[in-house]
Design a protein around this ligand. Sequence first.
Ligand SMILES: [Zn+2]
Length: 121
Amino acid sequence: MRGLARTKLAKSIHDAGWSAFVSMLEYKAKLYGREFHRIGRSVPTSQMCSVCGVVDGPKPLSVRTWTCGACGAIHDRDHNASLNILAPGRAERLNACGGDVGPGAIQAGPGEAGTRRRDVA
Ligand SMILES: [Zn+2]
């Protein structure tokens, strides 16, 4: 694989490696009862302030720490990106009532607010 990664197939090889890694991660998460979510590749996780949500714009990889122009928060690039990746996963995990909304449909509990039943005549 290392040899193929040096050819013009490098992008495909690395994509296949990443895909296998993500598949294993998904499998392990399911095995151990953990949540697994994917976020879009286009989400600017390292450019977005994890405090106020403002997208500060692209930065070269050499910029490891930056200050948000909107709220003044000082971010470590990787830690900020990890918070931006975690946020949508947490948002999907629970609904406002604390019930699961996460992968797949679940049956509504008896006390959960929902559609009023019609009276059957
Ligand atoms: Zn900010």
